[in-house]
Ligand binder design. Structure first.
Ligand code: FAD
Length: 469
């Protein structure tokens, strides 16, 4: 049997290689370290954790990443097995001894009969006779390969500077203060004329907001980020604010073309807009609010915005070097590049974020590649599971309106979160029981989502197994 080639032995590539080999298909894993390294990796170990040692919450009932852990364990994940074996105390989180963890992954792959590891850089598109390839080269993909990928995906398709605006859960926005309306009610291509959520500010609120924004604590660039250019129009909001107190009112917060139905006689002095971010309509991103403020400061400053006082953030803003595809446009539902389907992508380069999410997408890519090699259908997990929700975000959940400048390249990497799942029916109180209050309601809603996910994943695994027999 011809091997599957996996390029990149990080979190995603290591998991993908393991899954392929466990399915009985030979794999060649190409990792460039130690021949060449990235600006963040320090060792030659596979699955090196470049920064924190945490896989985040391990609570599979009330936390989306905890649920993803559970699902990965169910699918025989090497990353989770090595993580569990090298756990260090971290409360409700799963944190690992990074060296022990990486050594365990490296040794499991090195000792696997069907895996060959080659330590060299793939410095361009993989050779034409590699017919089944997974590219899992991460946010710091080597420049030669990144250039080659950009050649076949188009100039805007591979981002090099990741300017991220915060994303808010819709059900935490106060719609008694905000309203839906597009500027000048323009429907545009694919819109309705009421596509944005608008948050109004009066003069005093605006001035206080700008002052706080400018004086809040910012994150410094790392050395290796300092020379990376900004995308056009991606200046952090606090840098724009530093240019003068009126800058934001004439930029992303301009109040024109909008009328507040809650108070039609009064013109807002400034308006913050949020745009729908996923097809489900559960997440909205803050338009033009890419920021390098410290995460703690962001929540405080952005909750000063009328209507966002109780905002819950699916992700906070950030700005760092990154390499990721405009996946919803470029990849098919099983992560293959539409323009060259022998190439499949996995890990952070597809637009997920985080160690666990990258490994999870590696796991799926590995299963898809193995199924293809074995002449089977590559089954996609249901969108009610954490796997399916994350895959859906990457391959199609995000909304981009063709021709709308604001959404031209707005797909952003994201951690798994409950906003990516289809809604569940609102939890009801027990018959005759007390009325459910906020925190109880939220807890019940989360456990309804995770219970549904677990049942659906098990049913899906059963179906895939039956089809293979
Ligand atoms: C500075 C920084 C800090 C981060 N901190 C965190 C954090 O604290 N927590 C978190 O959850 N996530 C963090 N992330 C995100 C993290 O990178 C990803 O979550 C995860 O490592 C991505 O997994 P991956 O497999 O896609 O890429 P990686 O783990 O980076 O693996 C990619 C591999 O491909 C190799 N490679 C690259 N180009 C080539 C080539 N041409 N040929 C052969 N091999 C190649 C690299 O050497 C590397 O081993 C951070 C990212 C960065 C850049």
């Amino acid at each position: 049997m011809k091997p599957v080639h996996v390029v990149g032995g990080g979190l995603a590539g290591s998991e993908a290689a393991f899954q392929i080999a466990e399915a009985g298909v030979p794999v060649i894993l190409h990792e460039m370290r130690p021949v060449r390294s990235t600006d963040a990796h320090k060792t030659d170990g596979l699955a090196e954790l470049v920064c924190s040692n945490s896989f985040r919450s391990d609570d599979s009932e009330a936390n989306a990443v905890g649920l993803l852990h559970w699902e990965m364990r169910r699918l025989n994940s090497l990353i989770m097995r090595a993580g569990d074996a090298h756990q260090v105390p971290a409360g409700g989180a799963l944190a690992v001894d990074r060296d022990g963890f990486s050594a365990a992954v490296t040794s499991a792959l090195e000792s696997h009969d069907l895996i060959t590891i080659e330590r060299s850089e793939i410095a361009g598109l993989p050779p034409a006779d590699w017919d089944n390839v997974i590219v899992a080269t991460g946010p710091l993909t080597s420049p030669a390969l990144a250039d080659a990928i950009r050649e076949i995906t188009g100039r805007d398709a591979l981002a090099f500077f990741d300017a991220i605006a915060p994303i808010v859960h819709f059900d935490s926005i106060d719609m008694n203060v905000c309203w839906f309306q597009s500027r000048y009610d323009k429907a545009g291509p694919g819109g309705t004329g009421a596509d944005y959520i608008n948050c109004p500010m009066d003069k005093e609120q605006y001035e206080r907001f700008v002052q706080t924004l400018v004086s809040s604590e910012k994150i410094d660039f790392k050395d290796w980020e300092a020379n990376t250019p900004y995308f056009d129009g991606c200046l952090p909001i606090e840098i724009m604010a530093e240019r003068g107190p009126e800058t934001l009112r004439h930029g992303p917060m301009k109040p024109v073309g909008l009328t507040n139905p809650h108070n039609p006689e009064v013109k807002a002095y400034a308006i913050v807009q949020l745009r729908q971010d996923n097809a489900l309509g559960t997440l909205f991103n803050m338009v033009g609010f890419q920021t390098k403020l410290r995460h703690g400061a962001q929540a405080d400053v952005f909750r000063m915005i009328p209507g966002l006082e109780k905002a819950e953030f699916a992700r906070l803003g950030g700005l760092h070097r990154n390499t990721f595809l405009d996946s919803p446009r470029l990849l098919d539902p099983v992560l293959r590049l539409k323009a060259d389907p022998r190439l499949r992508f996995a890990g952070q380069i597809t637009g997920c974020e985080g160690y666990v999410e990258s490994a999870a997408i590696g796991l799926l890519a590995g299963r898809f590649a193995a199924a293809e090699r074995l002449g089977r259908t590559a089954d996609v997990p249901p969108d009610t599971t954490a796997f399916g929700a994350l895959l859906g975000h990457i391959t199609g959940g995000h909304i981009a309106v063709e021709g709308d400048e604001n959404t031209k390249r707005s797909f952003q990497p994201m951690n798994v979160n409950f906003g990516l799942f289809p809604p569940v029916e609102k939890p009801k109180r027990e018959p005759g029981g007390p009325r459910l209050r906020g925190p109880d309601k939220a807890r019940l809603k989360k456990s309804a989502v995770t219970a549904r996910a677990k049942a659906d994943l098990d049913a899906w695994i059963g179906g895939v197994r039956a089809a293979a027999e």
